[in-house]
Ligand binder design. Structure first.
Ligand code: CU
Length: 206
């Protein structure tokens, strides 16, 4: 059976679209990382009293495979680089929280790390101001952040439901996403050329 040039081009285009769609469709869930929706204390907030918990809330359920926050971290650091709290992270649905502990009034930084729904680790940080109203006894900070006796922090255990590569990947950045997107487009172009050349070669010689 012989295809006309128009049909070959059409077939090549359809093939390219199918390949790109399948690769993109497979790759995109790997980049659906949880993102911060709200927090206590909030970024830039001036905190005057201690809430019952410090909380980081993300857009969807977190992946706490160990059941005790392995891979999760919620560090509170003062301007002198002292850390507060025991580092024991409680994970509940889209949120993680710690028992609050604060030192003297001043500027503080929260450094947080979560395990996304897809098994990837995402981390970020923000600052807030601590200005306790009334009487407050400052806690004593530690030189390095506590990790709840080794239970929290570190890397997340690999998810048996995920491919081993996916579970070990660090958080994706825009460069990686663009790189893969570029690779997919490049693959599509190569595939189109190959199909067109193959079609041309099959042409019977006069
Ligand atoms: Cu991911």
């Amino acid at each position: 059976m012989r295809f006309g040039r128009g049909r070959r081009v059409f077939a090549a285009a359809i093939g390219t679209i199918l390949v790109c769609a399948s690769v993109l469709g497979f790759a995109s869930p790997a980049f659906a990382h949880n993102f911060l929706v709200s927090s206590t204390p909030a970024a830039g907030q001036t905190l005057t009293t201690l809430p019952s918990r410090f909380i980081i809330t993300t857009n969807e359920g977190l992946l706490d495979l160990s059941g005790h926050g392995a891979g999760f971290a919620f560090e509170v650091e003062d301007a002198q680089h002292h850390f507060y709290g025991d580092g024991c992270v409680a994970v509940d649905g889209p949120s993680m929280s710690i028992a609050p502990s604060m030192g003297a009034a001043g500027t503080y930084r929260v450094i947080w790390q979560i395990v996304s729904a897809d098994g990837h680790i995402v981390s970020n940080q923000y600052s807030f101001t601590w200005a306790p109203s009334g009487s407050f006894t400052p806690a004593v900070g530690t030189a390095s952040p506590r990790d709840c006796g080794g239970k929290s922090g570190g890397t997340a255990p690999p998810d048996p439901n995920l491919g081993s590569d996916a579970a070990k990947q660090p958080s994706a950045n825009l460069g990686l996403v663009l790189g893969i997107g570029g690779g997919v487009v490049g693959l599509g172009i190569i595939l189109t050329v190959v199909i067109l050349l193959a079609g041309r070669r099959k042409k019977p010689t006069p």
